[in-house]
Ligand binder design. Structure first.
Ligand code: SF4
Length: 226
């Protein structure tokens, strides 16, 4: 594979010039970030945000509030996604785990050594290694370049990593490739996470990426070929 011809910081700067400053993350609280991931199955960001706001307003996001809610009320909120009953079950499961296993205090988990913190976060539905790292980053608990699937796709197409058969292997390859170029501070890492994600959602889409409109096409291995 031909290596990337653009640096990581240049890539992120060009994305910011194109999109402007990224939106802040939906929350800085670990439990709310887990709820965010699960509140609407395969929901768009807009519908997820609406569902999350409704949950906060009508039920609350504390574990005891969710556990006291009617399943039907949680499923009504889960209609933001395609499987409302599954979302309701997941919200109840999250509340039960944090209540029973973490004494309703997920913030203290973030103070544990990173492998232990990740192991605890992965107890929750829909949270694997990338999700756990995203929570550690967005809560400013550990400065890791967490990537969602959109951001990972962008880095692969630009040329930082070659896609592997296994998602985890691709993820680690991309993280290793940019490791030596990463900023150290949380603001810059979060900015990069958000911008790479936005770019993967808006232009560098999974199918039919809109390379003709892309601000980083000249530095992108994939874009130069199409
Ligand atoms: S040129 Fe195309 S493939 Fe490359 S980053 Fe832009 S949209 Fe993605």
């Amino acid at each position: 594979m031909k290596p990337a011809t653009i640096t990581f910081s240049k890539l992120v700067d060009k994305l910011q010039q194109h999109y402007g400053a990224p939106a802040p993350p939906p929350s800085t609280d670990p439990l709310e970030l887990i709820i965010w991931e699960n509140v609407g199955y395969l929901a768009s960001d807009k519908r997820r945000a609406e569902a999350f706001a409704t949950l906060k307003q009508e039920i609350g996001t504390r574990p005891e509030q969710i556990l006291a809610a009617q399943h039907s009320a949680l499923a009504a909120i889960g209609k933001a996604g395609i499987l409302p009953d599954v979302s309701a079950e997941k919200l109840l499961s999250i509340a039960k785990i944090v209540f029973e296993e973490f004494d309703s205090d997920l913030r203290s988990v973030l103070k544990r050594p990173v492998p232990q913190a990740k192991k605890a976060l992965k107890r929750f539905p829909s949270i694997g290694d990338p999700g756990a790292e995203k929570i550690l980053l967005l809560t400013r608990s550990y400065p890791v370049m967490a990537l969602d699937s959109n951001g990972l796709r962008v880095l692969c197409r630009v040329g930082f990593a070659e896609e592997q058969k296994n998602y985890s292997a691709t993820y680690r390859l991309a993280q290793d490739a940019v490791h030596g170029q990463l900023p150290r501070d949380y603001d810059s890492l979060i900015r990069a996470h958000q911008l790479l994600r936005q770019h993967g959602q808006e232009l560098c889409k999974r199918s039919e990426p809109r390379c003709a409109e892309c601000p980083v096409r000249n530095g992108c291995n994939y874009g130069r070929k199409v």
